[in-house]
Design a protein around this ligand. Sequence first.
Ligand code: GDP
Length: 303
Amino acid sequence: TKYKEGMKKSRQTFSGKINDLIARYRKVDEDFFEELEEVLISADVGVTTVMDLVEELKMEVKRQNIKDTKDIKEVISEKLVEIYYGDDDEKIEGLKLDEEDLSVILVVGVNGAGKTTSIGKLANQLKSQGKKVVLAAGDTFRAGAIEQLEVWGERAGVDVIKQGAGSDPAAVIFDGIKSAKAKNADVLICDTAGRLQNKINLMNELSKVKRVIEREVPNAPHEVLLVLDATTGQNALNQAKTFSEATNVSGIVLTKLDGTAKGGIVLAIRKELNIPVKYVGLGEKIDDLQEFNAHAFVYGLFA
Ligand code: GDP
């Protein structure tokens, strides 16, 4: 129901529009498909994905001999889920953590995307699963970033390892690893800077942080999560490309899905970048983070 609530806005416009379309057309014809295309594109599904989807829908409609638009909703839902998972049916969901030893999660993304908030939410969630979590304040650049992470650490009830503002992020992460090991922690979550104005500099910094993690912990980082703001559309896709080049992103945390009609970006990310969405942010509070599930997501749209 939280999912449903959070998705209200997306539903109101995305599926609301589809529902409206279905009510207005009744009969499945060319005009119906054309308007459906527009609705999907306006939801940020991505133009090529929409074209493919509508082609497939047309074939399916023929195959099943569907004449009435009310019978097409189920087919649309099925196709959207299919698009998300692709042909190989690999349902990559949840975090891949080491259950025996220390796991390291590196969190990257531009300022304002919701990185700090998501780290706090994730720490809280992992802790409630019985894991011992430590945070490392690797954004030493943005004013207030360290303090903000400390606030979230307090809310979640986990320790935050930090140094002063302006210190070397790689050194902070190194400290974080040492401390997490000493505390026998299960998961270390590393915050990083997000100043995209100086892209090359930031990417070098992230690579260095990643090298330290790789050197200090076997098989780490276990996850590199890129935090993206769902409301930024195409921009989010571009950011994903930039960060992928520097850090080998293993999963996306898609934030602010509660505040947008553009939930289709989930499909665009999966389709165009082939990176799984692992979590979605559905609000500003500590428990407003949901593990992503494509089936629940799509059927939530039409609920
Ligand atoms: P950072 O600069 O990437 O660390 O971003 P912050 O974590 O400081 O978040 C920026 C703003 O986005 C804050 O006002 C957060 O409350 C807000 N925010 C983060 N995640 C979500 C979300 O899932 N939904 C909503 N509505 N707001 C969010």
